[in-house]
Design a protein around this ligand. Structure first.
Ligand SMILES: [Zn+2]
Length: 349
């Protein structure tokens, strides 16, 4: 049984000590569900190993506070250990500290100024199709509806707005196959790739200001393949590109941009994931940034905030723990950061 009235450090310790490596979240989801069910001001629903708790005060705004229950695999880092100002253990940083803060708020803020939907979900650290938040977004998007969302991933208690989108394409260079002893009869596609690489080297990526944050894009070759045999002039070469794009572009627009840059080549889309707008101009977001006293900065990776953007809910990352420590064997969270995040989120709600 989880005690949600205990302080945030003890609660984080308790959460870390219930091992919940991805696909093994059931026990943790069970105790989280049971603990929240005892809170009279919340309505609690379970979707597999995802637990959703909501207030129903009829407030003008609704905000979503979300965190994943799972961790990366065990690395000889259980049980949790308090050493000086730091709490060590599997998931202490990514992101049971953030989950503990959210649970504390869920249990103790009975009359928030904004209605709150708390989401504790499974399978964030593994393949995207299993992601509990993604599944909920597909099956019951209304559950995630809100004016603004905070994903409590580790950010060292900074506000990270939005995230860049990402897509990968193959640029196809074609030539004409021939025997290498009569190379003048053919056209060498691998040589042709040189022009593609030169264009990438000259390409000037955009720096896009949105809501006061600057997103730095990148268009880069991340792979190259070609060649038929040791005595053949190759007729095809593929250069794989990765485009990290700012949130002012949709996936379609980003793909169109890459096609435009390589308009004289065949360009095949391999995969893509959307960017997320920081949405910091929304009043609920502005109030959040003020309450947590953090200088917003852009997020350069891809995170689950993009799932909220797809649902038209502006979202940020904000939580205790240094993101550089996530997924490391020696991950820890500063006790002070746990307390600070809780106090500031409480002020906002
Ligand atoms: Zn995480």
């Amino acid at each position: 049984m989880l005690d949600l009235t205990t302080d945030v450090v003890s609660l984080t310790t308790a959460l870390v000590d219930i091992e919940s490596v991805s696909r093994n979240e059931k026990q943790l989801a069970d105790v989280v569900f049971a603990a929240l069910q005892d809170v009279s001001h919340l309505t609690v629903t379970r979707y597999g190993n995802t637990v959703v708790a909501r207030t129903h005060l009829g407030r003008a705004e609704r905000v979503v506070v979300a965190g994943h229950l799972d961790t990366v695999p065990y690395a000889d880092n259980l049980p949790a250990k308090l050493e000086g100002t730091r709490l060590y253990g599997l998931g202490a940083c990514d992101m049971k500290g953030g989950v503990a803060v959210a649970l504390r708020l869920a249990a103790s803020v009975a009359e928030p100024v904004r209605d709150v939907t708390y989401v504790f979900y499974d399978c964030e650290e593994i393949e995207a199709e299993r992601n509990g938040l993604g599944q909920l977004a597909r099956k019951s998007p209304e559950v995630l509806a809100g004016d603004f969302a905070v994903l409590m991933e580790p950010t060292s208690a900074q506000v990270e707005g939005g995230c860049q989108g990402t897509l990968r394409v193959d640029v196809l260079v074609s030539g004409k196959r021939s025997h290498s002893a009569r190379s003048w009869m053919g056209v060498n596609a691998i040589h042709g790739a040189g022009a593609v690489l030169a264009r990438l080297a000259e390409y000037e990526p955009r720096q896009v200001p949105i809501d006061g944050l600057v997103y730095r894009e990148g268009l880069n070759a991340v792979g190259i393949s070609g060649g038929v045999a040791g005595n053949v002039i190759p007729d095809e070469c593929r250069v794989t590109l990765n485009y990290r794009f700012a949130p002012d572009l949709s996936e379609e627009q980003a793909f169109a941009h890459v096609r435009e840059v390589f308009h004289d080549y065949e360009v095949a889309l391999l995969d893509s994931a959307p960017a997320a707008m920081p949405g910091l101009s929304h009043p609920a977001a502005a109030a959040f940034v003020e309450a947590v006293e953090a200088e917003p900065r852009p997020k350069f990776g891809w995170t689950d905030v993009a799932r909220f953007t797809e649902l038209r809910v502006p979202a940020v990352n904000y939580g205790p723990g240094d993101p550089m420590l996530a997924h490391t064997k020696d991950e820890f969270v500063e006790v002070e950061e746990l307390r600070q995040c809780e106090a500031r989120m409480r002020r906002w709600l």
